[in-house]
Design a protein around this ligand. Structure first.
Ligand code: ADP
Ligand code: MG
Length: 286
């Protein structure tokens, strides 16, 4: 039987917008050694804005943005949303075919019969297309395998994220890690601003699972790892960690489903709130 105190704990958590899917997860929060964060949508707002459009010689800025927007039509990734918002015009579905979203890379699709690639440098490399090494979150575009230019976008750190990291350190968490598929320069900059101990960037979704596996091996079974994420890409990592926590507002349905705890307010500082509730609950139960 489950001690009554746990229900009190789960209830207290839910009043502050933290949904705990079982008393075992609340109990696990008493022994957290590492907290691992995803970046985009978790520590940052996931609301990118286009900051520059840099077409190759034969295209205009409008044309480059148009190709990128067409390519991103079917994607719900925060990057895709920013491109579509910047374009601002209606896109006709019937101009597209053969849509292919390549996880951690970008998009391949035929636009008016021409093959368009839109994504990061890894996507360009995959198709043997040379692209400049730009810093920041960059979407490179190629048309019919010919390099067509790049668009730079930028995201903002959530107001709450610095407090989230600080309060976890105050609770004695040994190490705070950030995993991201985004560029190294972007990851390092966010990590530095927030005081995160370790940053791993340019990761494919399977690499995020590998990083969690490594951390799992560097602790005793009693010690627990939290992973906090928001995207469809994060589902395997949420499942692998001892406690998977998803952002309930910004998060994808798949991430919310896979998580053990859901933060309805999207505030990462609610993780330390949950840990404090767990500690208080334990005092009542035992
Ligand atoms: P994160 O770890 O920041 O949540 P993802 O794993 O979702 O990032 O994506 C990693 C990288 O893959 C992105 O930073 C981007 O370079 C590229 N990418 C993913 N989806 C898209 C897309 N729809 N359009 C362009 N690039 C994309
Ligand atoms: Mg994400």
């Amino acid at each position: 039987s489950i001690p009554l105190g746990f229900f009190g704990g789960i209830g207290a958590a839910s009043k502050t917008g933290i949904l705990v899917k079982g008393s075992n997860y609340l109990e696990a929060l008493n022994n957290v050694k590492y907290v691992v964060f995803d970046k985009t949508g978790t520590l940052t707002k996931g609301a990118f804005k286009v900051t520059s459009i840099n077409p190759a010689a034969e295209l205009s800025e409008d044309e480059l943005l148009e190709y990128a927007a067409f390519a991103e039509l079917h994607s719900t990734h925060p990057i895709a949303e920013s491109i579509k918002v910047a374009y601002g015009k209606e896109i006709k579905e019937d101009q597209l075919d053969g849509y292919n979203e390549i996880s951690g890379h970008g998009i391949q699709v035929n636009v008016q019969g021409k093959e368009v690639l839109a994504g990061n440098i890894k996507l360009m490399n995959k198709y043997g297309i040379e692209a400049p090494n730009e810093s920041g979150t960059v979407i490179h575009v190629a048309i019919e395998k010919k390099y067509a230019g790049f668009i730079i976008i930028s995201d903002e750190i959530k107001d709450d994220s610095a407090k989230a990291v600080r309060s976890l350190k105050e609770l004695g968490i040994k190490k705070i890690v950030m995993l991201t598929g985004d560029a190294k320069a972007v990851g390092d900059s966010v990590g530095k601003q927030l005081g995160i101990d370790e940053v791993h960037a340019e990761l494919l979704p399977q690499h995020k699972v590998e990083e969690i596996e490594k951390l799992m091996q560097s602790k005793s079974p009693k010690e627990k790892i939290i992973f906090v994420g928001d995207g469809i890409n994060d589902t395997p990592v949420l499942a692998r960690a001892d406690v998977g926590i998803a952002m309930g507002g910004l998060g994808s349905d798949a991430a919310i489903e896979a998580a053990d705890i859901v933060i309805m307010t999207d505030e990462p500082s609610k993780i330390s709130t949950a840990i404090r509730i767990a500690k208080r609950t334990r005092r009542i139960v035992w």
